[in-house]
Ligand binder design. Structure first.
Ligand SMILES: [Zn+2]
Length: 273
């Protein structure tokens, strides 16, 4: 009898061990964070009702928006029919309130003469973003770097901005202040899915697609070093810091999203695959 119990114990232990080792996660399960997963023999992955892309090596990614709340169910189906379930309960996250005075009033409430330009540029960006999610390859799988060689953060992710006393959208990126001409590097391998010059808000900028819905953007450049459709390597120079567009001084606005979910770039720098 003891032998059988021992055997059962060993089998359960073996199954549990194999089971739990099957999925590795990198990243925090909090609002405004990306979570990277890696598993072998994955058939498909679902976050609630949404099917998530997985590459041939079992890499996948998903993210929680700054304002996401509540619980999510992650479901991984393996090739042998097994199913892994993980319930995710997002904790609350508090963000800073940031007041900026002396902003050029034209940039806070755009003058109507710029409306046409703003609408046109918004359309260009919306159209370009339609390509996000068409790359199954996890170009990001070699990891991430900080896109500028300074630690001078001038504005953190998620802060609620009040410009000249007018509440605006939350800050959807991380700002680094550095002199005009400072090189800006790609945070990971990816494809330039849009770049532009002197847009009303973005100024001169680059958007990168890192595969599986993960995308990043770099705004307010003084100089652009890449072209649309170009493949860039992690650490490759893509432009130079400037103050073009809606900006009060030379800085990089670095944004990261999973599809349209806004995530905190600072959390990405803690990821070690
Ligand atoms: Zn910014």
């Amino acid at each position: 009898m003891t032998r059988y119990l021992l055997l059962i114990y060993l089998i359960i232990g073996f199954i549990t061990k194999t089971y739990s080792q099957d999925v590795k996660f990198f990243g925090d399960f909090v609002p405004g964070s990306l979570v990277f997963g890696k598993a072998e023999n994955v058939k498909d992955v679902w976050l609630d009702k949404e099917k998530i892309q997985v590459d041939g090596s079992g890499n996948f990614v998903f993210g929680f928006d700054r304002d996401d709340k509540g619980s999510f169910l992650l479901k991984i189906k393996f090739a042998n029919g097994r199913v892994y379930l993980k319930k995710i309960n997002l904790p609350e996250r508090n963000y800073q309130i940031q007041r900026i005075e002396r902003m050029n009033p034209d940039k806070v409430v755009p003058p109507s003469k710029d409306n046409e330009k703003i609408v046109k540029e918004r359309e260009i960006i919306r159209n370009a973003r339609k390509s996000i999610g068409k790359i199954d390859t996890a170009y990001y799988s070699s990891g991430f770097i900080k896109p500028v060689k300074t630690n001078r953060q001038t504005s953190v992710f998620g802060s609620q901005r009040i410009l000249n006393g007018i509440p605006k959208n939350a800050h959807n990126g991380l700002d680094y202040g550095a002199p005009t001409g400072t090189p800006v590097y790609a945070m990971a391998d990816g494809i330039v899915f849009l770049s532009g010059t002197d847009f009303f808000y973005n100024g001169t900028f680059v958007y990168l697609d890192h595969g599986q819905g993960l995308n990043s953007f770099y705004l307010h450049f003084s100089k652009l070093d890449v072209k649309d459709g170009e493949f860039v390597k992690k650490g490759q120079k893509i432009g130079e810091i400037g103050t073009s567009g809606r900006s009060t001084g030379p800085h990089l606005h670095w944004g990261v999203q999973w599809f349209n979910k806004r995530v905190d770039p600072a959390l990405l720098l803690k990821i070690n695959f």
